[in-house]
Unconditional design. Structure first.
Lengths: 607, 467
């Protein structure tokens, strides 16, 4: 495995694309009249519950989507928790959709103009995108393309292509899983909240740094324009990654940008190793056909199996070394297979074993040796029973017969896939930077036009009017205030805290230096919040008055924190008298200093 | 391009003209470029009739569909061709000796439906054998022989179809079927089920009507579970009645067995829409296990006595009384020569005084008027109030606690047997197939019967109601 801390991304042909999901501001859900808001407590006792099972159905072009068939193999029982305030029979899939929320569609076209889309959908067609994990009660998400062929401009000068902007309904929130992952619980409050999906070209971003920059810039645009909803959990992104010779892996749940580089590095390691295994196999005499679904019963070797449990093993010709190959830090190829089996069949890691794990240097021995359910003697007997030859490996599993055989079936299939290199998969990122199989990547076969809602023409004059009105984008602000010392990280804070209007008022009208404006709008309010005060109590008028007093030398930098803290805890009507008090005290003690010394206008103060 | 050119489906007017000029077909991969710089590529899909004439429907590379316009100065060209074919492979299954033989008669409806490009909505289009392929679990339950009778939505059923269906069922029973399933749209299930109930004499095996509230082209469809439960009942149930088997709750948990003459669709969309009215359901089916809730169920019997009586007089109509209803509505019906009327009266079965003259005319012309009740639950009682007695004096026939859906086909059937009003009244007052019960259990009323566990307790917890 290559060193994850030392990767030359461009040389390996690293390519990444984004799917950014962000909830939209709206007064109702996309297809019903429930409020578009979440219940306060996910774990709260539901008003009612119900359960469902899902099946794969064909896409419009008459194909079963392979990803969907794997989903059905998991055989989930899905239990829904719902409360009366946020869920109606629409979210229960017990009433057809109501007419879609046109406010959200308008927002979609605003996004299309914000991100410079050249090709709008002139008639919005509602599509069904299948999801069989239970996150949507219908088994499909209602989703529509609003526009295509756009871009977002980054501060570094790069332009990132936005291929599609979609509007869709958000999915339900997962509460927990039980029964070895076979039973999944969801809360239905989030289902149906309007969401946008902004997709960038999968082959354009070529370094993790650029990826982070693009995510941040798209998020800033959504926040500055107020089109996106604010709050915790309103946005999430999936990242598509490939390297030369590899294939698309869709990483889900990449929330923490500080881990982004690590996520990218570990996925690059994995693809690099899988490509390596592929070329090893190509240069060997091994053929896919040699892998047989011939599961041998080895139950008699164990005396500690539970009631009704059995053990089986399967021979994997020429795979002894490959199973041991490290694909991501602390994870070998065998374990990569086990992750997939566990998710699909529910068989646990300590119920699976591969032939490379008995050796002292193996990853299992180093990390989880007490997991092993096979001892040296049994290993030898299994090798004899399976008639292993030099270089052959095997996988064994124990538990209920059906999931065990299913595990060995998935194992053989995965080994055969190794001949083709990197499989297209949707993968879930883990806290250690690694990722694991979630599902086969969804294809076009899972799309189907929604038969419940006819297409909705969108007047292009309306879109034209939106475009003509134009937007102030984050980079416009950066350009405008750059000379006054505004830098991108500060702009990010100003936008995130929704302080742009106040900042502009202070800089443009009160003529305060940028550094002072940042201090008053971002730094001190954030400090106050950390101390447990609510800085939003401080009125605009008070802030402007404070700024004015600083500019005229009647107040100094050192007064700001204590004074603003005092304002936070005082009754609202006393705010101006507190400012006056501080001005009076200051005038008694100190000589007014030169404001220019304290607040240079070249941005030196702003970190 | 060797085949003869066919214009694309569903397009009209000037847009169709443009497409024909450019030799664009359905499933052509097209490229459209407009002067404003917008550009599109995708597969041209058929267009639905009830939508605007001005848009092309295309499927783009991501699999999504969008609509676009084609202004005069835009260019369009075909760059490829990609036909879809939506068909589940039909499955041929060998019979397993020892398993019961069941026939599935498909009539259409959402239990077997899919996308219709003409309207963009769903259309009954799967053959029963396609459906069978989609629910392979059925193979293990019994030897199931799927046959297609019709492919219609249930609102397009009519008495003629009831008769044909009865004949088809009889043929299967005589041919050795241990049970018959009818795949049926849910909207008019209880009409068909009631009509069949009167036509079958000494029915020897279960006749199970089944459908789905979510069409079978959806991953969440209730159809597969309903179908499995219906098959279980048809194959193994010790029951010889016409019944409806549908979801008992909104969960994919169990199905309820409803007597066809007592069941009603109570919600336009929910899966647990079917409820037995004024009685308890006959039983439930869960995970291939049948549990009966009642004893007065007609059990399987020898086939020797089984025969059909399909004589029906279709000239029967139904009127729903409302405050202020004028007698002219009923006169119009009588003028048109209808032979019988089911009147749905208020409360215990009343109509307003102005209607009396029309009732008088019906009596004089010997046209039976059968009274059933708008409250749905409970009996018609025309002796409690003055109005009721006035109505009885005008010869109306009390429909007891028949549901309107059961009363209408029954009156047709009764008039098929005799034209003598007194004889018709006798038939209408006789319980033929559970459409009349002489007592009503307490549990016959709650509409959430068999519904959500602890529903009422949960209801108390809803914050809004506490205030």
């Amino acid at each position: 495995m290559i060193d994850p801390k030392n990767i030359d991304y461009r040389k390996l042909g690293f390519k990444a694309g984004l799917e950014i999901h962000h909830q939209l501001k709206s007064s109702r859900k996309l297809f019903c009249h429930c409020p578009a808001e979440l219940s306060a407590d996910l774990q709260k006792n539901p008003d009612f519950t119900f359960h469902r099972r899902f099946r794969a159905v064909m896409g419009e072009m008459g194909d079963f989507d392979p990803g969907m068939l794997v989903e059905v193999e998991k055989g989930y029982l899905v239990i829904y928790h719902a409360n009366d305030a946020h869920v109606c029979t629409y979210e229960m899939d017990d009433t057809p959709p109501f007419w879609l929320d046109m406010e959200s569609v308008d927002t979609g076209y605003k996004l299309a103009s914000l991100f410079n889309c050249e090709s709008p959908a002139e008639e919005v067609v509602i599509n069904r995108k299948q999801y069989l994990d239970g996150s949507i009660t219908t088994g499909f998400q209602r989703t529509m393309i609003i526009a295509r062929d756009g871009h977002v401009q980054l501060a570094s000068g790069r332009k990132i292509t936005i291929t599609n902007i979609l509007i869709e309904e958000d999915s339900a929130r997962k509460i927990k899983v039980e029964d070895r992952g076979r039973t999944v619980y969801y809360n239905l409050d989030r289902l149906g909240v309007p969401l946008t999906e902004i997709i960038t070209d999968h082959n354009e971003i070529d370094t993790p740094e650029l990826l982070i920059e693009a995510i941040k810039m798209i998020a800033l645009n959504l926040r500055l324009t107020g089109l996106g909803r604010r709050g915790i959990g309103v946005g999430r992104q999936d990242v598509n990654i490939s390297i030369d010779g590899g294939d698309r892996a869709e990483l889900k749940g990449v929330q923490d940008l500080s881990l982004m580089t690590k996520f990218c590095a570990h996925e690059v390691c994995r693809q690099h190793t899988l490509i390596d295994i592929q070329s090893q196999l190509a240069s060997s005499n091994l053929k896919k056909e040699e892998f047989e679904h011939n599961y041998i019963d080895i139950t008699h070797l164990f005396n500690d199996l539970g009631e009704g449990e059995s053990a089986f093993a399967v021979r994997l010709p020429g795979f002894e070394e490959i199973l041991k190959t490290e694909v991501q830090p602390g994870k070998d190829f065998g374990y990569e297979i086990f992750e997939k089996c566990n998710l699909i069949t529910g068989v646990q890691y300590d119920e699976m074993f591969h032939s490379g794990e008995m050796s002292p240097g193996s990853i299992r021995m180093m990390n989880r040796s007490d997991d092993l359910f096979i001892n040296k003697g049994q290993d030898g007997e299994i090798r004899a029973i399976l008639k292993l030859e030099d270089g052959d490996g095997y996988v064994a599993a124990r538990g209920s017969e059906k999931p065990v055989l299913h595990t060995l079936k998935k194992t053989v299939e995965r080994c055969k896939q190794a001949f083709d290199g990197v499989p297209q998969e949707t993968r879930r990122v883990l806290p250690n930077g690694n990722n694991e199989f979630l599902r086969v990547i969804h294809g076009k076969g899972r799309l189907y036009p929604d038969t419940d809602t006819p297409p909705a023409p969108y007047p292009m004059e309306k879109f034209q009017a939106i475009k003509e009105k134009g937007w102030t984008r984050p980079l416009d602000l950066l350009e405008k205030y750059q000379e006054k010392g505004l830098k991108l990280p500060m702009l990010e804070l100003l936008i995130r805290d929704e302080k742009i209007p106040m900042f502009q008022k202070l800089v443009d009208e009160v003529k305060v230096p940028t550094s002072l404006a940042i201090r008053l709008t971002v730094e001190i309010p954030r400090w106050l919040r950390r101390k447990g005060y609510d800085p939003e109590i401080i009125s605009q008028f008070s802030i402007i008055s404070i700024a004015g007093n600083i500019m005229s030398g009647k107040l100094q930098a050192k007064h700001l924190r204590p004074m603003m803290k005092e304002i936070c805890i005082a009754p609202k009507e006393n705010q101006s008298s507190i400012v006056t008090k501080w001005v009076d005290q200051n005038n008694k003690k100190d000589e007014p200093g030169d404001v220019k010394d304290q607040w240079p206008d070249d941005g030196r103060c702003c970190k | 391009m060797s085949e003869e050119y066919q214009p694309p489906d569903g397009y009209r007017g000037p847009l169709l003209q443009r497409l024909v000029e450019a030799k664009i077909r359905t499933w052509s991969v097209i490229q459209v470029n407009k002067t404003d710089g917008s550009h599109y590529e995708g597969v041209l899909l058929p267009r639905s009739i009830h939508t605007s004439d001005d848009y092309l429907s295309i499927k783009v590379d991501t699999g999504y569909n969008i609509g676009i316009q084609l202004p005069d100065d835009a260019t369009i060209k075909e760059v490829g061709y990609n036909a879809g074919s939506y068909q589940i492979p039909e499955k041929i299954v060998e019979k397993t000796p020892g398993l019961p033989n069941v026939t599935l008669l498909g009539t259409g409806g959402t239990v077997a439906s899919r996308l219709d490009y003409r309207t963009g909505a769903v259309l009954p289009a799967f053959t029963p054998s396609e459906l069978f392929s989609a629910v392979p679990e059925l193979i293990d339950i019994c030897n199931l022989t799927p046959k297609t009778l019709y492919q219609i939505l249930s609102e397009n059923f009519c008495p003629e179809y009831w008769i044909k269906t009865a004949e088809a069922v009889a043929k299967e029973i005589e041919g050795g079927a241990d049970g018959v399933i009818i795949g049926h749209g849910t909207d008019t299930m209880s009409y068909s089920g009631s009509a069949l109930s009167y036509m079958f004499q000494d029915l020897p095996v279960p006749v199970v009507i089944v459908g789905s509230q979510r069409s079978s082209d959806r991953p969440s469809s209730d159809g597969p579970i309903n179908m499995m439960n219906a098959t279980t009942l048809a194959a193994y149930g010790d029951l010889a009645e016409v019944v409806v088997v549908m979801h008992g709750t909104t969960s994919d948990n169990y199905d309820l067995i409803h007597r066809a003459t007592r069941v009603r669709k109570m919600h336009s969309a929910r899966r647990d829409t079917f409820r037995t009215v004024s009685d308890t359901p006959l039983g439930q089916i869960k995970d291939k296990e049948i549990k009966y809730f009642k004893d007065d169920i007609r059990r399987r019997s020898p086939k020797e006595d089984f025969h059909l009586n399909t004589k029906m007089d279709e000239r029967v109509t139904m009127l729903y009384f409302y405050p202020g209803m004028e007698p002219d509505v009923m006169h119009a019906v009588l003028d048109k020569g209808y032979h019988g009327i089911v009147m749905i009266g208020t409360g215990l079965g009343h109509v307003g005084k102005p209607m009396y003259e029309a009732l008088d005319r019906a009596q004089e012309e010997e046209i039976p008027v059968v009274i059933v009740v708008q409250p749905m639950f409970g009996f018609s009682h025309l002796r409690v109030y003055e109005t009721g007695r006035d109505m009885l004096a005008r010869g109306v026939i009390e429909g007891k606690n028949m549901l309107p859906e059961a009363a209408l086909p029954k009156l047709m059937w009764a008039l098929g047997q005799t034209q003598d009003v007194k004889e018709v009244e006798k038939i209408m007052h006789t319980n033929l197939a559970g459409e009349i019960t002489n007592r009503e259990p307490y549990s016959g009323f709650p509409i959430f019967q068999g519904g959500v566990p602890n529903f009422y307790d949960n209801y108390k917890n809803i914050d809004r109601l506490k205030k």
